[in-house]
Design a protein around this ligand. Structure first.
Ligand SMILES: [Zn+2]
Ligand SMILES: [Zn+2]
Length: 141
């Protein structure tokens, strides 16, 4: 099984992800923008059991503004790690945190909230795909 190694900005916290992600893409939502301080979030979604913290677990901070998203970061450097989505039973490991994974996005979600239009020909969802609890409504690029 393929294993990718991730770490925070300072290296205090290390983790691995194993296998293949369930989905990859870009999220344009206001929450991702506010949390990341970046215009979009490049996400990779994994079953929670595929993500294992291998070092520095005691230095992981958690914040949940909503019950849908538990955001994790390193309490030493403030670097972001991943976000647990317990309702979907998925963990979003930011693509930037696992550089050895070949990022191959398939979709843009929450495009109604975009501040950075990306004309790459990939599907643009108004919010989330229907199987993930969204409207499934597509938008123009
Ligand atoms: Zn750190
Ligand atoms: Zn988002």
């Amino acid at each position: 099984m393929t294993v990718h190694h991730g770490k925070c900005f300072c290296g205090t916290v290390e983790f691995t992800v194993s296998g293949e992600p369930e989905a990859m893409g870009y999220c344009h939502c206001e929450s991702c923008r506010s949390w990341s301080a970046g215009p979009v979030n490049a996400f990779t979604l994994w079953k929670p059991e595929a993500v294992k913290v291998t070092k520095g677990a005691e230095h992981i901070g958690t914040f949940n503004k909503t019950p849908q998203s538990f955001r994790k970061w390193c309490t030493v450097c403030g670097g972001h790690l991943y976000t647990d989505h317990p309702g979907m039973r998925l963990t979003d490991v930011y693509a930037a945190s696992i550089p050895s994974l070949e990022f191959s996005p398939g979709i843009h979600v929450n495009y109604a909230e975009t501040k950075l239009r990306i004309r790459d020909g990939l599907p643009k969802m108004k919010d989330m795909p229907a199987p993930m609890g969204g409207s499934g409504v597509p938008l123009a690029e």
